[in-house]
Design a binder for this molecule. Sequence first.
Ligand SMILES: NC(=O)c1ccc[n+]([C@@H]2O[C@H](COP(=O)([O-])OP(=O)(O)OC[C@H]3O[C@@H](n4cnc5c(N)ncnc54)[C@H](OP(=O)(O)O)[C@@H]3O)[C@@H](O)[C@H]2O)c1
Length: 326
Amino acid sequence: MNLATSLVDAALDRSVVFGYTKIGSQLRRRWWADDPGRQALAGKRVVVTGATSGLGEAMAQSFAELGATVHLVGRNAEKVRRSAATIRSSVPSAVIVEELCDVSDLEAVRAWTADLAARAPAVHGLVHNAGLIPSERAESAQGHEVQLATHVLGPHLMTEGLLPLLMAAGGASVVWMSSGGMYTSPLIDDDLEYRTGYSGIRAYARTKRMQVVLADAWARRLAGSDVRVESMHPGWAETPGVAESLPLFRAITRPLLRDAVDGADTAVWLVATRPQSTPGHFWHDRIQRPTTVGWQRGEDPTKVGNFLRQVSQLTDTPEDWPGLGR
Ligand SMILES: NC(=O)c1ccc[n+]([C@@H]2O[C@H](COP(=O)([O-])OP(=O)(O)OC[C@H]3O[C@@H](n4cnc5c(N)ncnc54)[C@H](OP(=O)(O)O)[C@@H]3O)[C@@H](O)[C@H]2O)c1
């Protein structure tokens, strides 16, 4: 990318509306990095959570088109079966494995990762895509606020559980599907469970910020290995989740929303091409993006440390965080 396109690209990003809608991807397509090769993922295995709708189903199909064996993880057996059938009918060569796991249920995640480890020798791609925005505060099977459980605790535990398979891949990628909404929240290191003053949208932004911080910490932890860890946001895409949770937003932005394949593009590209990235590790439209903007300061290492320790404790996993602030 030359200086002029860099400036245009950054201006699109700062404008939000132009960058996040399909205007952004249509323009950036002219200068963004090359597509992966036709069978870039042949012989590789990719796990997608929340693969029964929207971006997850779209990326699962794209992974299958690139030759990967794709494990569709969902919490509803009928929806998993339906999505698998849809992908198989449009990609006849697809190898799809139907998986049932509620990502917010830590016991289910523990059991499912152990089960997969007994069935598969390696995982080359893991996309933490499952997400939701309940308007009322709800709790997971273990009593955690459900967005915290779905966006942060479950994916963290799943990454821990699949680590031996990721390490065995000889080059793997973990991608956290965050949101541009994360820019609206600082990292919260007290009241992770959002016990006071709950708002669904704020809980969403808080946990999407946590995903970015957690992915960055995982990238630091695995820096000496060949497992890459990134987070990203998809822009604004037309999906069943947006229709259900953000009807007004959808009504206003609909003509400009990306389609699900477009929203999923960067996740597919990250797994298929494994680009180098620098601390922050946050992407949109195939370009690494800042994790804070304008008036926001970089993350406070003490807060990051507090947050990471709590994630480890809540998931009963090792506090293995290099350079953890105290
Ligand atoms: N679309 C956008 O513009 C946009 C923008 C920013 C970020 N994102 C992020 O992109 C991801 C996908 O969003 P989407 O728009 O495609 O939403 P979607 O259409 O609602 O799809 C969400 C998927 O996550 C699954 N899911 C939710 N909770 C789960 C759980 N506990 N265990 C397993 N699966 C679970 C859903 O399954 P069920 O059908 O069973 O609920 C569904 O398959 C989310 O993380 C979202 O935050 C989307």
